[in-house]
Structure formats: C-alpha cells, structure tokens
Design a protein around this ligand. Structure first.
Ligand SMILES: *[C@@H]1O[C@H](CO)[C@@H](O)[C@H](O)[C@H]1NC(C)=O
Ligand SMILES: *[C@@H]1O[C@H](CO)[C@@H](O)[C@H](O)[C@H]1NC(C)=O
Ligand SMILES: *[C@@H]1O[C@H](CO)[C@@H](O)[C@H](O)[C@H]1NC(C)=O
Length: 160
C-alpha cells in the first residue's frame, strides 16, 4: 500500500472514530441546536393525531403528514414510530418571508413526533428564535415570539 493511501486510510479511520465518539457522547435529550423538545404521555400516533387536531382548530392548514416509520416498512427497514407534520397559515408566514425570503426554507412550520429508545414520546420543533437568527429576521420579533408561544402551547396541549 502506498504511503499516501495509508495516510488517507488512517485519517479516515480517525475521523470515523471521532464521529462515532461524538454521536455517542451526545446526551440523550440533546437532539441538536435550535430544537425544542417536550414529552407526551400519548403514544406517537395519538400525539400526532392530537397535534393535527389542535393546529387545524387554530386555523392552520396541514400541508402534509409524513409517516417515516410506515415508509421505512415499505423498504423493509425498521424505524420506531416517527412522523413529521408540516402546517402553516399565510397570515403568520407571509410577513416573515416579506422580510427575508430565505425563511421559506423553514416554512411552513414543522412538528416532529417520535418514540425514543425508552418508548417515550418526544415532540420536537424548530425554535422560532433560532430560525429568526438563522435568517436574519429582525423586524418581526413580535411575530416570532407569538410563534414561539403558539408552538409551546400546542405541544403542551398534546402532552396528555
Ligand atoms: C396509541 O394510543 C391510542 C389511544 O390510546 C390507541 O388507540 C392505539 O392503539 C395506540 N397505538 C399503539 C401503536 O399503541
Ligand atoms: C417498547 O415498546 C415495545 C412494544 O411497543 C416493546 O416491545 C419494548 O419492550 C418496549 N421497550 C421499552 C424500553 O419499554
Ligand atoms: C398561549 O397560552 C397562554 C396561556 O394559556 C396564553 O395566554 C397565550 O395567549 C397563548 N398564546 C398563543 C399564541 O396561543
């Protein structure tokens, strides 16, 4: 084996070890940056049913509900219950995109629900303050905090 490819191999292995260590060093409850999580006593399906009901009752339109576990099953892969809900309301979203169109990448709003390794139901969403900072939204801070409030309320209602 040439010295350069040996070096590449060693470097690759070292990187893989680092990535592995990083993945495993992550505390269980810390899923990432700018992500807010809560737990629910309902199972994942029931929690998502309830979230859908709540956001619809509040005048939001559901764009899509994605059942990742069902999709995994169609290709013979195993995934604990995991779903994503994408929903929005032009009254809430338009002013944000008028200010910074790049926030279209993170709109409509999303809620994710999954059953974790301990069978706990986790509800997660992007922290609106994080998205505001990501996209440089500064003129709509009232709308951003209302959105944060709204998501907090909605997920609290789906806790049981
Ligand atoms: C989830 O909870 C609902 C309501 O209690 C129940 O009807 C349903 O069978 C449960 N689903 C699973 C997969 O346990
Ligand atoms: C989680 O629930 C499944 C069935 O839904 C069960 O087989 C498994 O033992 C449970 N695991 C834990 C850690 O409770
Ligand atoms: C969230 O809930 C609080 C307390 O119930 C309420 O005062 C507030 O108006 C709600 N905000 C939104 C945006 O739903």
């Amino acid at each position: 084996m040439k010295a350069t490819s040996m070096k590449a191999l060693v470097l690759g292995l070292a990187t893989a070890c680092l990535l592995f260590a990083a993945a495993h060093a992550k505390p269980k409850d810390q899923v990432g940056t700018g992500i807010i999580t809560t737990t629910s006593e309902l199972n994942a399906t029931a929690a998502m049913d309830k979230l859908m009901e709540i956001v619809t009752a509040r005048g939001f339109a559901v764009a899509v509900r994605v059942n990742h576990a069902a999709a995994a099953a169609t290709v013979d892969m195993d995934l604990r219950p995991t779903e994503t809900l994408i929903f929005g309301n032009p009254v809430a979203g338009t002013p944000l995109m008028q200010e910074q169109q790049s926030i279209a990448l993170d709109l409509p709003l999303k809620l994710a629900v999954w059953q974790d390794a301990d069978n706990k139901t986790i509800i997660a969403y992007n922290d609106p303050e994080f998205l505001a900072s990501r996209h440089g939204i500064t003129e709509n801070s009232m709308r951003i905090s209302a959105q944060a409030d709204f998501l907090k309320n909605v997920t609290a209602e789906a806790a049981s």
